[in-house]
Design a protein around this ligand. Structure first.
Ligand code: COA
Length: 251
């Protein structure tokens, strides 16, 4: 059992906690796999009605572990790709309780949640262009679908920081709470959902998502093609080297 994703059951609520606090819960390859396995297990277990996602140490997640970004070899599938497919296909209600850092994959994972609660401490960012990359996790679709094309374009092109107020105002967040109230509130709502029958919840999610399916799949394919061009490009290597060397990049 991996310690990078903590798994707890509370009645029909499965609570998954991203747990790599010293790296702000960045996703190593091992963590992508552990998280994917946990989502698949939650999907298959009929006693699980709803999944609640959160992170330890005051942060949700800083996304892909940049020091491991170049680790996957070209002939093997990156564990992120399996995770993205699994999350896109996840068919039970998903709640995200997002505090502190939610950057890159940490932000775009939260965008797959049906309900997103944020804490006042939120520091969200879609840093893809600043890394010489393109959006991932079908976020080029999910963000537009939830907040509209104009607002999504501004956030992607500027890679600016998004605080709790902006997240709520744009519609990225369902509601905002003082940090100490975030998890208790999210858990209460998850329990409220978990009182209902699992198949009715699943069918409802299917109805809510059906109109989005083609958009999600098209976004995943377009993003994969863009990533193939940009990952490992001179722009991307400079951005990651600068992060590791703790200096501003020179583009
Ligand atoms: N990959 C690898 N390491 C990461 C990381 C990531 N995505 N995010 C944070 N870390 C590490 C830092 O290198 C640092 O490690 P160290 O203590 O060994 O030096 C530690 O986690 C704490 O992060 P730090 O940068 O000191 O915290 P901060 O509060 O000043 O800034 C962030 C937090 C998230 C803003 C900053 O770490 C950052 O920009 N990370 C990169 C996020 C990113 O671009 N992710 C998207 C990838 S697609």
């Amino acid at each position: 059992m991996s310690h990078t994703v903590l798994i707890e059951d509370d009645g029909g609520v499965r609570h998954l906690t991203l747990n790599r606090p010293d790296k702000k819960n960045a996703f190593s390859n091992e963590q992508w796999s552990a998280f994917t396995d946990a989502m698949l297990a939650a999907q298959e277990d009929d006693s699980v009605k709803v999944v609640l996602l959160s992170g330890t140490g005051g942060n949700f997640s800083s996304g892909q572990d940049l020091s491991a970004f170049m680790d996957a070899t070209a002939d093997e599938e990156h564990p992120f790709a399996r995770c993205a497919r699994t999350v896109c296909a996840f068919d039970k209600p998903l709640i995200a309780a997002v505090e502190g850092i939610a950057v890159g994959g940490g932000a775009t994972l939260a965008m797959h949640a049906d309900v997103v609660y944020v804490a006042d401490t939120l520091r969200m960012r879609l840093p893809f262009v600043s890394l010489g990359l393109v959006p991932e996790f079908a976020s080029s679709y999910t963000l537009q679908a939830s907040i509209g094309a104009r607002r999504a374009a501004e956030l992607f092109y500027t890679a600016e920081w998004i605080n709790a107020e902006r997240a709520l105002e744009t519609g990225i967040a369902t509601a905002r709470f003082p940090v100490e109230e975030l998890l208790p509130h999210a858990l209460d709502k998850a329990r409220e959902i978990a009182q209902w029958p699992v198949n009715a919840l699943r069918e409802t999610k299917r109805c809510l998502k059906v109109a989005h399916e083609a958009g999600l799949q098209a976004a995943l394919a377009a993003e994969e093609a863009g990533m193939e061009k940009q990952a490992g490009s001179a722009e991307n290597i400079e951005a990651i080297t600068a992060f590791i060397e703790k200096r501003p990049p020179k583009f």
